[in-house]
Write a protein that binds this ligand. Structure first.
Ligand code: UFG
Length: 347
């Protein structure tokens, strides 16, 4: 049977995780999902199996549960772990800091302890551009000052620091840790099949799923958070990256970790290097869908920065990877997914 390299994907039922599972399987790896389904749906398994045309191993469990981890690592020989499980809502993190630190910091700690016990020492960590905080200089390079401004961002930063410590703390008898922190910019879009996509539970926090839900009539209108920023049209500018480009960046990083020798801690921005404003995103979506997106201008959202985009050259140089898909392709794929499944994965 299959001798493909097994990769554990925590959070593999979520938006980015499910797309990563497809990319891994398509590139010859054997992904195994661990997910607690707190912000994802069990139907994802059927959808993924339909895309891949084969069975997938999906384990329902919490990355903070040592018994679950023990059983998983004892039962499978994983070459690496892609750790995407975590909580990600900025505003909620300010209301529930302990649950964020438990899930994001505690979860990574429990995972690394289990990995150490079972001799698995290749790790991709899902980090975020949010660790840069408010930095004046754009584009953001990996060596820009780090200064998160909310508990969610601080939890990502703490984990990065923990992993950097781990990578240099080698005992001679240890196998060497090789760890990559991948700093995501703004992932949008969906798999071109339209079978999977972003499917937030409740009211979307993020721009693209909100726009898509307005277009299918699930929400009345978009609120544009601020139009007086020092940007070309006054609305916030972000580095939107197609989720398929993003997950292909993960596969490139994984190959890098697995192929080279020696201990290492690596940080790569995964972005396009180009910014788009909220109004540009709306216009691109309207072109892709042929539907109007009614919106009103509202007050700026607390904690938002005017502009944020990546310098992606380090990943290009080290990994030979670059984002290729355009904003129009991102919006076309958001629309294909949302139009086929107006109610999300449940529909
Ligand atoms: N926006 C709106 N209306 C909405 C939602 C968003 O106008 O209903 C605007 C925001 O003000 C911002 C842009 O659309 O200008 C993008 O907002 P998102 O919420 O989609 O994304 P953010 O850049 O705010 O957040 C993302 C991640 C977070 C991460 C943050 C900082 O979703 O996890 O980047 O890196 F913390």
């Amino acid at each position: 049977m299959s001798e493909a390299t097994k990769i554990l994907v925590t959070g593999g039922a979520g938006y980015i995780g499910s797309h990563l599972v497809v990319a891994l399987a398509e590139q010859g790896f054997d992904p195994v999902i661990l997910d607690d389904f707190s912000n994802s749906r069990p139907q994802i398994r059927d959808r993924l199996q339909r895309i891949l045309g084969r069975e997938l191993q999906v384990v329902a469990g919490d990355v903070n549960d040592r018994h679950t981890l023990h059983a998983l690592f004892a039962g499978s020989d994983f070459a690496a772990v892609a750790h995407l499980a975590g909580r990600k809502a900025v505003a909620e993190s300010a209301r529930q800091p302990l649950s964020y630190y438990r899930a994001n910091v505690g979860g990574t700690l429990a995972l690394c302890e289990a990995m150490a016990e079972f001799g698995v020492r290749h790790l991709l960590f899902s980090s975020s551009a949010t660790v840069y905080g408010e930095s004046a200089a754009m584009p953001l390079r990996e060596d820009a000052p780090l200064r998160a401004t909310n508990p969610y961002g601080r939890s990502k930063l703490m984990v990065e620091q923990m992993l950097a410590d781990l990578a240099v703390a080698q005992r001679p008898a240890d196998k060497l840790w090789r760890i990559a922190a991948l700093r995501y910019f703004n992932p949008v879009g969906a798999h071109p099949s339209g079978e999977i996509g972003e499917d937030p539970l409740g009211e979307p926090e993020n721009l693209a799923p909100y726009i898509a839900q307005v277009a299918v009539g699930r929400r009345q209108r978009l609120r544009v958070f601020g139009n007086q920023y020092p940007t070309a049209d006054g609305t916030g500018v972000r580095d939107y990256i197609h989720v398929m480009d993003l997950v292909e960046g993960h596969v490139a990083a994984l190959r890098y970790l697995l192929s080279e020798g020696g201990a290492g801690y690596f940080v790569w921005n995964l972005g396009t290097g180009c910014g788009a404003s909220v109004l540009e995103v709306i216009a691109a979506f309207e072109r892709a869908s042929g539907r109007p997106v009614p919106y009103v201008i509202d007050a700026p959202r607390p904690g938002d920065v005017a502009s944020c985009w990546a310098d992606p050259r380090r990943a290009q140089r080290d990994l030979g990877w670059r984002a290729r898909r355009t904003l129009d392709e991102m919006m076309r794929d958001v629309w294909r997914w949302q139009a086929a499944h107006p109610g999300g994965l449940g529909s």
